[in-house]
Design a protein around this ligand. Sequence first.
Ligand SMILES: Cc1cc2nc3c(=O)[nH]c(=O)nc-3n(C[C@H](O)[C@H](O)[C@H](O)COP(=O)(O)OP(=O)(O)OC[C@H]3O[C@@H](n4cnc5c(N)ncnc54)[C@H](O)[C@@H]3O)c2cc1C
Length: 412
Amino acid sequence: MATSTTRPAVSRVLVAGASIAGPALAHWLARAGVDVVLLERAERLRDEGHNIDVRGAGREVLRRMGLEQEVLANTTGEAGTRFVDERGRTMGAFPASTSATGGPTAEVEVLRGRLSRLLLDSCTGLPGTVEVRFGEQVADVHEDADGVDVQLASGARERVDLVVLAEGLRSRTRDRVFGLERGEHVRELGMYFAYLAVPREPGDDDWWTFQLLGRGRSAHLRPDDVGSTRGLLAFRADVPGLDQLEPAAQSAVLRRVFTGAGPAAERLAAATAEHPFYFEAIGQARMPRWSQGRVVLAGDTAHCASPMSGMSTTLALVGTHVLAGELTRPGASLEGALQAYERRVRPVVDAAQKLPPGTPAVGNPRSTAAIRVIGAVVGLAASRPVQRLRLGERLISPPADVELPRYEHLAA
Ligand SMILES: Cc1cc2nc3c(=O)[nH]c(=O)nc-3n(C[C@H](O)[C@H](O)[C@H](O)COP(=O)(O)OP(=O)(O)OC[C@H]3O[C@@H](n4cnc5c(N)ncnc54)[C@H](O)[C@@H]3O)c2cc1C
């Protein structure tokens, strides 16, 4: 790898994946005058998904981007989180957090698709260009001392200084380029999630209703700011590969698993037969290294912490800010920048990947006896005296409060 310090480490970069990490990285690189080609495999910007949390240092990244106020104006207005048992009885309720880091409902809860759109829109009018290509992906990469030739699936070719893979937890390009078995270094958590939007009904309110159903299942209803209700069905299963099935087969699995599980779960399961949904196997990316030559991993592809951590989006924002900051630091070498990226971000990732004890079983217990025990703990944490101590919030506080390096050369 060339490590000249007389020219910038990168002047043209190809980024694969346009969800959160991809557009966030493109923003920072273009701000420093780097030209970016941003590929998205889907034919359009994907708008599926629920609320995602932006906490602590992730929020500081949005502030540095100049996007904080716009994101705050686009939050879903979730009032808090209410845990209910299998019969729909409230076990405990936690109002939305007023701190930047704590609580199950974070202060910044924004629809994933909306944040993706805001990040992408922020890539225009910057010193570098960001060219977005939908329905496109990397087919092959050939690296030499001065750069990388990228063969794209459409047949087009690109010559760039660096390829960044921000394709999510199950990135196939990562596995191919790094020579990994499918799923190698992914820590499976033995759970599936199905996300969808359903028409809002009169009984739906502005709380996140988190219902424990027993037999390793839970159902979730959350408000959004577009007049629908966001639903999530979660279930534990030892059977691998359900995420590879066709949507009709996944819908059939969901309807079977949630039969008799109560009105909320059955409403969501039935809706998967009519409404589009996003179905994923839950896991964490535990990659031993994040770069190989001129290919580097970002966001969930490098370090997914899983939705249970509440931290994947924050990590994607922090990681891409640091990656861009190091790559465009005056006098930086490519090799040195990639090492600094990993050195600075790893400790934050390691902390975020340590899930609270008992996760994911604790949110999806198998027996009604376990639901009762969890109900007692949640009820105590949500009681007035304990809430005054903000103990519940502290217990459910992902480690988002980390200090970000300052990159003066990226300041607006
Ligand atoms: C549709 C969708 C819905 C989601 N909903 C939720 C949610 O409700 N709650 C939650 O906590 N997290 C959700 N997530 C995950 C969440 O966005 C991430 O954990 C986090 O924000 C980090 O984002 P990321 O950009 O690293 O990865 P991701 O958000 O996973 O994005 C990866 C992107 O890469 C694209 N891609 C995949 N393969 C290729 C390829 N070969 N070439 C080009 N592009 C490719 C994907 O289409 C996607 O746009 C969702 C992700 C997606 C894709």
